[in-house]
Write a protein that binds this ligand. Structure first.
Ligand code: F0G
Length: 462
């Protein structure tokens, strides 16, 4: 698992290509021109400005022929759609929850859940809240609390489950603020912590603590199937368990889950909430109908629910998961072998490059991760995303930039989309850049937007 030979991770694609989309690299001069027009913000580029797009794995992957076939079965009935029945059955079979509410994506599930559970002044613990979850907690004037174990911030620690909740911190937090905590969440895998998994032992312990303190426990399951794979591969005692058995055991600890299906659902759009209690389902359903649509479609078309029912099943295939995590590991090891610091051990969906280590000549005030992501586009037409102080924004009270924490460049790998050769091209580009890293220029804001500034701000090179 912490092997350093990139070839050991080579897991051939368990599919062949049936339909292709041509892509092309525009010239370096043209990339420079387009980046200038985009005001040095990669979110402003069009997809045909980009050669290899590693901005996100969310909704950017390829569907299988069986999913495309499933689309044709779509039942678009407003109420009681048969596609909904197939989706519900697929979710119950895999995760064990009987009551399902489709939503148009992950954050609409968060809107429904947080509206139901929270009131102003509440606190919501998580290992690390994803940005949209944190934003939805704050939108209810509540406080998002991250209680992940500190080792996640140590890039070089070899711990196999760096997404674990610090259960001692969770217990003492519950003891201190219990009356203000209406629910506890866990994000599996932990996207904002490098796609790192949590162990089943840890999830079981969190479940126990939540039962002891009588708090509902919900799992943000965007990449929980990848998490189950890591449990099977890395945790003692689970190598003989099927992915399905591990998933049901994870969910047996919780009262419910929500999922952005754009990740492990292997679809381009969609999401859902699934819960055990009929009473909770009835309560959530009111908000679902208000925000997203009637409870048998919730913002998804029937055909999309059929594609998702199929995609969830495909994601549980060990061949698929070996290939999926193999791609991430292969790219991680190629970079690490070349002396580039990346999150370690390899996580589930992305490689995160440590920009401070890559660009030691850039002070944090010049946003090294933003600078490196722009340089990677200029050098190779590769789009990545800054996960650092541009994204973290300013402190709500002091208004100072939040420079504490890591400055990372995330290379997220879309599902079943790019070949190993394309990823090796990305590795090769970064390795070439490392040799000449002093030519990478820092950035400064030209226009800084007040909310979620990474999406819409404008920059210039220093
Ligand atoms: N939870 C996690 C762990 C996520 O990674 C995301 C989205 C969401 C919730 C929200 O879901 O986008 O369907 O509304 N992550 C994407 C990313 C955007 O690029 O990592 P959504």
């Amino acid at each position: 698992m912490t092997n350093d030979n990139a070839w050991d991770y080579l897991q051939p694609e368990p599919f062949y290509v049936k339909s292709v989309v041509p892509i092309r690299q525009i010239s370096a001069q043209e990339r420079r021109r387009r980046l200038e027009t985009a005001k040095y913000n990669l979110f402003n580029l069009a997809s045909d400005d980009v050669f290899i797009d590693l901005l996100t794995d969310s909704g950017t992957g390829a569907m299988s022929h069986n999913q495309w076939a499933a689309l044709m079965r779509g039942d678009e009935a407003y109420a009681g759609s048969l596609s909904f029945r197939r989706l519900r059955n697929s979710i119950e079979e895999i995760f064990g929850f009987e009551h399902v509410l489709p939503t148009h994506q992950g954050r609409s599930a968060e809107l429904v859940l947080m509206t139901h559970f929270l009131k102003p002044g509440d606190h919501v613990p998580n290992n690390i809240h994803f940005d949209t979850t944190a934003a939805h907690v704050q939108y209810q004037q509540a406080i998002d609390v991250n209680l992940v174990h500190d080792r996640i911030y140590d890039l070089q620690s070899d711990h196999p489950f760096k997404g674990n909740m610090d259960t001692a911190k969770l217990e003492s937090y519950l003891r201190e603020h219990g009356d203000k905590i209406p629910l506890v969440c866990m994000t599996l895998t932990c996207n904002s912590g490098g796609g790192q998994p949590a162990s089943l032992e840890n999830v079981r312990r969190v479940g126990e603590i939540c039962r002891q303190f009588e708090k509902p426990f919900l799992i943000d399951s965007a990449r929980v199937i990848e998490n189950a794979w890591f449990i099977q591969q890395r945790e003692q005692g689970f190598s003989n368990w099927s992915i399905g058995a591990i998933l049901r055991e994870i969910m047996a600890q919780a009262d419910g889950m929500w999922m952005s299906a754009k990740k492990d659902g292997l679809v381009n759009m969609g999401g859902f909430i699934a819960v055990r209690s009929h009473e909770l389902y009835e309560q959530l359903r009111m908000y679902e109908i208000l925000f997203d649509g009637f409870s048998t479609y919730g913002g998804m078309s029937g055909r999309d629910m059929d594609a998702l029912a199929q995609g969830l099943q495909e994601c549980c295939s060990p061949d698929y998961l070996a290939y999926r995590t193999g791609q991430v590991a292969h790219l991680s090891v190629l970079l690490r072998e070349a002396g580039i610091s990346v999150t370690w051990p390899p996580g589930g969906h992305a490689v995160y490059v440590d920009a401070a280590q890559f660009c030691p000549h850039l002070p944090r005030e010049q946003f090294p991760a933003q600078a490196l992501s722009l340089a990677l586009y200029l050098e190779g037409g590769v789009r990545s995303v800054e996960i650092g102080s541009v994204l973290r924004g300013r402190d709500a009270v002091t208004k100072q930039d939040r420079f504490e924490g890591l400055d990372l460049v995330r290379l997220a790998i879309p599902h079943r989309t790019y070949s190993y050769t394309q990823l090796e091209f990305v590795a090769n580009t970064l390795i070439r850049m490392k040799a000449d890293h002093e030519s990478i220029r820092g950035v400064r804001f030209v226009k800084e937007t007040p909310v979620l500034r990474h999406f819409t701000s404008e920059f210039e090179l220093i």
